[in-house]
Ligand binder design. Structure first.
Ligand SMILES: Cc1ncc(COP(=O)(O)O)c(C=O)c1O
Length: 349
């Protein structure tokens, strides 16, 4: 995000540097407490602080957790278009990716293809990576969808790895449901991996959180390598404490700005590229733009060549992303305006 860091986070980091407090992290119990309070305030979900573990980042945590609960060669499900690294995580544990693409209902709203998921689970999928909220499309699965997913996961013995890194980035009227808050079946089947790093722009500080709500899952998570916990940075852990405890005012201001930007994207597309399709996201600062009417094959490469603006190529999010680009609109209205008008100029050639 092109935003200045939140004051409470800056202050915490400055204080740590001034105190030469730059050692290893390991255990920071204050983080479980801060996350819990944030979660209760925002989503009415209380965690068990004894089932909360620090990790280096969401990517490494996901690879470690998948490695614990699956075997090489196992089928691992995902729903494209999805965050491109999820494909890499599956490769890293020598898994076999099974894509059950997102579906759309009659109003164009994204949904999980629960019939497709059941078919895949019945055919032997061992773990399913849920992106909740969803990068790149900005959709948030409903409580009903998640309850259905939990039923299927429990019935077929599938682990649900719920990547909830974008969960604090919600617009007014959006409701986010943490997977583990659903019911007992979700608690038995789920592992949540999250971080303050997207919402407060802290990715370089390296700190994620692994959360479970089931004793036996928690015991397995405790056997993850020690380097996992030690891999999170002390600065990242305390910046996250500051974010969860004192960062909500900053976040509300950031979301106001992002709210204007998500609408600006729609306005600019309507004005300049009327054949583009874009559904305003319910969460995150990502715009998923269907440009297939203009350039069905690799539109981002085309726009880079002819307008010198770099968007993320849709196909990196899975083959269902063909003809799409992803734009990160956590920047100034001026940059967004220039990016989209230049994009339009590429197609006018
Ligand atoms: C859905 C999702 N998961 C994970 C990550 C990466 O998180 P980390 O930097 O903690 O590995 C991202 C980054 O954009 C993301 O969008």
């Amino acid at each position: 995000m092109d935003l200045p860091v939140a004051e409470p986070i800056k202050r915490t980091l400055h204080e740590m540097i001034d105190a030469s407090d730059l050692g290893y992290s390991g255990i920071v119990p204050e983080l479980a407490e801060a996350f819990n309070k944030f979660s209760v305030r925002n989503w009415n979900w209380a965690i068990d602080p004894t089932q909360f573990q620090l990790a280096t980042d969401v990517a490494l945590a996901s690879i470690q957790v998948l490695g614990k609960f699956t075997n090489p060669g196992d089928k691992i499900g995902l729903s494209s278009p999805t965050y491109y690294n999820i494909f890499n995580w599956i490769t890293d544990v020598s898994g076999h990716a099974v894509d059950i693409p997102l579906a759309r209902d009659t109003e164009g709203t994204w949904t999980l293809d629960l019939a497709g998921i059941e078919e895949a689970f019945a055919a032997g999928v061992k773990a399913y990576i849920l992106c909740n909220p969803h990068n790149p499309v900005g959709y948030i699965p409903s409580r009903l969808e998640l309850a259905h997913l939990a039923d299927l996961a429990d019935e077929y013995g599938v682990l649900v790895l719920s990547d909830e890194i974008h969960s604090p980035l919600l617009y007014a009227q959006s409701t986010f449901t943490p997977y583990l808050s659903i019911n007992e079946r979700a608690k038995r089947t789920g592992v949540v991996i999250t971080s303050a790093s997207k919402a407060w722009n802290l990715a370089g500080l390296k700190c994620a959180q692994i959360i479970t709500a089931d004793e036996s899952r928690a015991q397995t998570i405790k056997t993850l390598p020690e380097s996992m916990k030690m891999g999170s940075s002390l600065l990242g852990a305390w910046a996250s404490v500051a974010a969860y405890n004192e960062g909500e005012e900053w976040l509300a201001t950031a979301i106001e700005l992002l709210d204007q930007n998500r609408k600006l994207v729609q306005y600019l597309l309507t004005e300049n590229l009327p054949l583009a399709k874009y559904r305003i996201p319910d969460a995150t600062y990502l715009a998923w733009i269907d440009l297939s009417a203009y350039q069905p094959v690799e539109p981002a490469a085309y726009i880079l060549e002819f307008a010198k603006v770099a968007f993320s190529e849709g196909t990196t999010f899975g083959s269902t992303g063909a003809g799409h680009v992803r734009l990160n609109f956590a920047t100034s209205p001026e940059i967004i305006t220039e990016a989209i008008t230049r994009m339009a100029s590429a197609f006018a050639k």
